[in-house]
Design a protein around this ligand. Structure first.
Ligand SMILES: Nc1ncnc2c1ncn2[C@@H]1O[C@H](COP(=O)(O)OP(=O)(O)OP(=O)(O)O)[C@@H](O)[C@H]1O
Ligand SMILES: [Mg+2]
Length: 293
């Protein structure tokens, strides 16, 4: 369970996140939506401790995240893997090495200095790439891959951290619709197969409806909606996207969906079927490719 209590972040006089309290149980797939500047990225970054909180408390499984330092902080950052809109790979390193970088915080300093990865680690990295349908790119320089492929490498790297949570900040904002779907399917897959909590900022309502069991709407740094996507009525969407106080009405270009009636829209998230696949771990090569290449 991840618990945020009155979490606030100020930048000078500007309050980016304003007294947010949330409980997110393990294994949820959560979408955060809201206008530009609503505080979505700042909220994710505070959970991962890339940005410190100004006040309030973040707790995970009973321990206070806001107070961690040194090795404990590194362990926490390993435990909640971040995925960014711009992938954040090392473009001049090959794909396999980029994925192996996800193991760095699991290893001794000396192994890291010597740049030695074990056979098991390499096999595991390759299995993660295979699972994401891009094993054939393993020896290619990461910078030469398409955006959709790079984001899949970033997800493979995140999996190598063996995280209990994945925090994705607009993971599909730079991708075309097909690659956006592949990446969202991959996030759903790790959520359903490994039970990893996924919290993702999204800029389209359609994606939040299709993939998330819980949607958090932010406006002006506050949580103004926190419910199932079926409750995203027109008035709820107005509250999320139209609450900036500047009088601007919501438009389809912001929400990327057609909203014509004040009634819930049924999400298309299919239920998981069939037996669970084996979980990915450092020592387990995952067979089977779950996603299209
Ligand atoms: N490092 C920073 N220094 C100063 N102000 C910042 C900083 N980071 C964020 N802010 C401000 O905090 C507010 C929230 O920003 P944030 O990036 O969290 O919004 P967002 O909801 O992620 O927006 P977008 O959809 O555009 O990514 C904005 O007013 C922004 O200008
Ligand atoms: Mg953002």
């Amino acid at each position: 369970m991840l618990e945020l209590t009155d979490v606030t972040r100020r930048f000078g006089a500007n309050i980016a996140v304003d007294c947010v309290s949330l409980s997110i149980p393990e294994g949820q797939m959560v979408g955060i939506i809201g206008r530009s500047g609503a505080g979505k990225s700042t909220l994710l970054r505070m959970i991962n401790r890339l940005t410190p909180t100004s006040s309030g408390e973040i707790r995970f499984e009973g321990k206070t995240v806001s107070g961690l330092g040194g090795a404990d902080l590194r362990n926490w950052q390993r435990d909640c893997a971040m995925i960014f809109q711009q992938f954040n790979l090392v473009p001049r390193l090959d794909v396999l090495t980029n994925v192996l970088l996800g193991r760095l915080n699991h290893r001794s300093t000396i192994l890291n200095i010597l740049n030695i990865f074990t056979i098991e680690e390499r096999a595991s990295a390759l299995a993660a790439l295979e699972r994401l349908g891009i094993a054939q790119t393993a020896l290619q320089m990461a910078g030469t891959l398409s955006g959709g492929q790079q984001q899949r490498v970033a997800i493979a790297r995140a999996l190598m951290q063996s995280p209990s949570m994945v925090l994705a900040d607009e993971p599909i904002a730079s991708l075309d619709p097909l690659n956006a779907q592949i990446v969202m399917d991959a996030l759903r897959d790790i959520n359903e197969r490994e039970g990893i909590t996924v919290i993702t900022n999204l800029h389209t309502l359609d994606t939040a409806r299709a993939y998330c069991e819980r949607v958090i709407g932010m406006a002006g740094g506050k949580v103004v909606f926190d419910d199932s996507p079926t409750e995203l009525t027109t008035s709820a969407v107005r509250m999320i996207y139209g609450a900036s106080g500047d009088g601007t009405e919501i438009s389809e270009s912001i929400t990327s969906t057609s909203i014509s009636a004040d009634r819930p829209v049924v999400p298309v998230r299919p239920k998981s079927t069939g037996p669970l696949q084996p979980a990915l771990s450092a020592n387990t090569a995952v067979a089977g490719v779950a996603l299209p290449a």
